[in-house]
Design a protein around this ligand. Structure first.
Ligand code: NAD
Length: 256
């Protein structure tokens, strides 16, 4: 029996087959889950096409732009067309305008920083609240961060957004725990996805990661990160919430 047999999961963030979320959806189907995806705007058709590459031959896609109040209000009903309830939600969403990344931290302007924080941090609360009517006792919300304890080269205001995201996860864990809902994050090392490649100077962030990692690190392999997300979505972390699990080859614990 698969680790996610009989589970229903809502998975955001499938843009390409390089997306971390695509690999979580793939593993989830392989482990027996029923998967519903979200997408929005011009990306919607792309997500539908990419979904056909999943082992199950596809997955329904519902509309969700996390900055759109109507989408958020309609999310539970849209998902209900495909499943009665949810056992897990993956938040795999990040965006910051180019102007606030790339080594120009001091020039960051509030409207662009606000966009980064709304889409990359506040959206965890928006998504969890929108999905809550469907979330069963024992369910799991999982998100993806890039360790926000440090000031990284070129990550700039996206790093500040990730710090807000990590704090948001802790407060959500506090407020959803009484309903039996866990909230955990995976702090992944650098992976070459569309979002990563849109960071000006991303190469500086991946540089040397593998050499520093006791386990080594492959920037073109999202599978280790996806496996950990799948495990956190399963019943195998029943007493864990407000946690950040590092999937970075061990870099977070090493001195230089
Ligand atoms: P990706 O580009 O494949 O996925 C990013 C997703 O965010 C896309 O599917 C996009 O549609 C979605 N998105 C952007 N704005 C949105 C909005 N307004 N509403 C709904 N969805 C929106 O890249 P990825 O690397 O798979 O990113 C997934 C998550 O992983 C992000 O939170 C990212 O910060 C995090 N992460 C990535 C890395 C890395 O190196 N790639 C490392 C650590 C954490």
């Amino acid at each position: 029996m698969g680790m996610l047999e009989g589970k229903s999961l809502l998975i955001t963030g499938v843009l390409m087959d390089s997306s971390i979320a695509f690999h979580v959806a793939k593993l989830a189907q392989e482990e027996g889950a029923n998967v519903v995806l979200t997408s929005f705007g011009r990306q919607f058709r792309l997500t539908q096409a990419i979904a056909k590459r999943l082992p199950g031959g596809g997955a329904p896609v519902v509309q969700l732009d996390v900055t759109n109040a109507e989408d958020l209000a309609g999310l539970a009903d849209a998902v209900r067309e495909h499943t009665d309830g949810l056992d897990g939600v993956l938040h795999s969403i990040g965006f910051a305008p180019q102007s606030v990344m790339g080594g120009n931290f001091l020039a960051g302007e509030w409207p662009d920083v606000a966009t980064a924080i709304e889409i990359s941090a506040f959206s965890l609360k928006s998504l969890a609240v929108a999905a809550k009517p469907l979330l069963r006792k024992g369910s799991s919300v999982v998100g993806l961060t890039f360790d926000a304890q440090f000031a990284w080269p070129v990550y700039d205001w996206m790093g500040v957004a990730k710090a807000a995201f990590e704090a948001t996860a802790r407060y959500l864990a506090r407020d959803l725990g009484p309903d039996g809902i866990r909230v955990n994050l995976v702090a992944a090392g650098p992976i070459r996805t569309t979002a990563a490649k849109s960071i000006p100077g991303f190469a500086e962030m991946e540089e040397g990661w593998s050499a520093r990692a006791p386990l080594g690190w492959d920037v073109s392999d999202p599978e280790p990160t996806a496996r950990t997300c799948a495990a956190l979505l399963s019943d195998w972390f029943p007493g864990t919430t407000a946690e950040i699990v590092h999937v970075d080859g061990g870099v977070h614990a090493m001195g230089q």
